[in-house]
Design a protein around this ligand. Sequence first.
Ligand code: PLP
Length: 376
Amino acid sequence: MNKFETQFTDYFSAQQAFAFWKARVGLYALLRAMNIGPDDEVVLPGYTCVMDVNPIKYVGAKPVYVDIEPVMFNMNVDLLEQAITTNTKLILAQHTYGYPCEMNAIFEIANKYNIPVVEDCCLALGSQYKNKLCGTFGKAAYFSFQWNKPFTTGLGGMVSINDKDLIEPMQDIYQQAATPGLKAQSMLKAQRMVYRTVIYPRTTAMITNLFRWMTKKGLVVGSSSCAEFMPEMAEDFLTKMGSMQVAAGTSQMNKINKNIAHRQQMAKLYDKLLSEADFDIPTIPDYMDPVLVRYPLRVSDKEKALAGAPAAGVEIGSWFECPLHPIETPMHLYDYTKGQCPEAEKACRETINLPLHPRAGEKTVRRTVAYIKQFR
Ligand SMILES: *Cc1c(COP(=O)(O)O)cnc(C)c1O
């Protein structure tokens, strides 16, 4: 294991960790290691990222969507059992925005039908459920270090393995994975430097648009190419994490406690300021200790709130734009029928998210609330 993988294994008391080019690649490797293929069904919330669904399609399995509960945007466990069939081979527990899923209820059903659980921790690094870290419940968990995630290595993903029986099959697949080229790695490193120096909450909307445009022109290593909005795998998809990403990840892991403390502090400040502005602040069960990646908020006019943000110098996110984010996703190719998950679709229409990353301090939080409160 490299240093980053070792740090991760230690942090999560896992058996072993495997670092990949992106989280979605890690999920793909995991599905293969678990022997999930044609005719198998994978159950996941209908409020996710298409990048999460692609690997399921790549192995030939079928995604089955469960609607969400409206408070923490996680899989509604009351609807989980009816989604299970004799073909169900996996439940993906996605801890949305950093809110832990109802793990006890999920495992009650998973154990009843003898179905393995894997945790999607791409938005939840450090969150706890009943004093236990998210990522330590399932047979395995995967994490993302893409630009918008709890911390970034440019692009990057990690799979942590809790089930000993998965180590060997994962090693087999990992050996088949390519090593990223020096050019892609150097470009990522340059992007990380640009990101650190110019992206501040005030400028993010503008820079994000610039990055999108540059990605389309092939000028930067984008997190998604157009090809990834189709359920067909690119030839070079199965790729490991490169050494420069590993170095970035290691330095971020050294600061993880500070990162977590900052997010929790700023989330509390949002709670306070937003409730003073008469927003309904969700009540989180006291056995959950979430570390949010961004602060989700339902607003009266999402379109308008997003449109006005750049001019107001605030950074407002649009996750999730549709049940299989982003909006460009041709959902019918991913076995999603419009209307299938009404709570998720409603959340997509109403919910924006506010920054909590290390560069968003108290001033940013106050400015953001001052702007968003007109959209109560
Ligand atoms: C970002 C994200 C992913 C994919 O992560 P990549 O590293 O970009 O592949 C998967 N699931 C969820 C919930 C995410 O937010």
